[in-house]
Design a protein around this ligand. Structure first.
Ligand SMILES: [Ca+2]
Ligand SMILES: [Ca+2]
Length: 177
């Protein structure tokens, strides 16, 4: 019994020291992947600037996708949410990337750095018209909805924000949805 007591006292400290996430790592309703927290605001449809503000209200930013693994994780979350909702075909989801400053030079607004990893759909960014903000788009495929790549879109269009709290940024009690 005493051993169990000591274990319960020591284990959380040990787990923390090893860099593992405590269960309360993300706010309720957010999902976690490799230390970041994510929230897909499927009930909010706003332009790109408003999408950034929406995430700020939750002490987050629009999602910055830095690796293929992170991209696949976000797309799998979208596919899980919309798997049975073909009526949502065509819906799009804002990322933090834009080329508003210099046409064709895509940066993450969160730190003004150029994109390294990109998940553009073949042929994108297309730059048809005035398309300076990036989305993950959905397309129907054999009765399913697939999220198969990034597209450039008009920043004034209304889409759903995907918010991210980067690893290390989450302060319990401060952030909520
Ligand atoms: Ca990220
Ligand atoms: Ca553009």
């Amino acid at each position: 019994m005493f051993t169990l007591f000591v274990f319960m006292l020591v284990f959380p400290v040990f787990a923390h020291a090893q860099g593992e996430c405590p269960l309360s790592h993300c706010p309720d309703g957010w999902v976690t992947f490799r230390g970041s927290c994510y929230y897909i605001s499927d009930n909010v449809s706003v332009d790109w600037t408003e999408a950034g503000h929406h995430c700020q209200l939750h002490h987050a930013d629009l999602v910055v996708i830095e690796t293929k693994e992170e991209d696949m994780f976000i797309r799998s979350q979208l596919e899980r949410m919309y798997r049975l909702s073909n009526q949502h075909a065509g819906e799009e989801f804002w990322l933090a990337a834009n080329d508003q400053m210099v046409e064709g030079v895509w940066t993450w607004y969160t730190n003004d750095t150029p994109l390294e990893y990109t998940g553009w759909y073949p042929g994108q960014p297309g730059s048809e018209g005035d398309e300076d903000c990036a989305v993950i788009a959905s397309r129907p495929d054999n009765g399913n909805l697939v999220f198969n790549g990034w597209h450039d879109a008009p920043c004034a269009a209304r889409h759903h924000p995907i918010c991210e709290i980067s690893s290390g940024q989450y302060e319990p009690g401060v952030v909520g949805k």
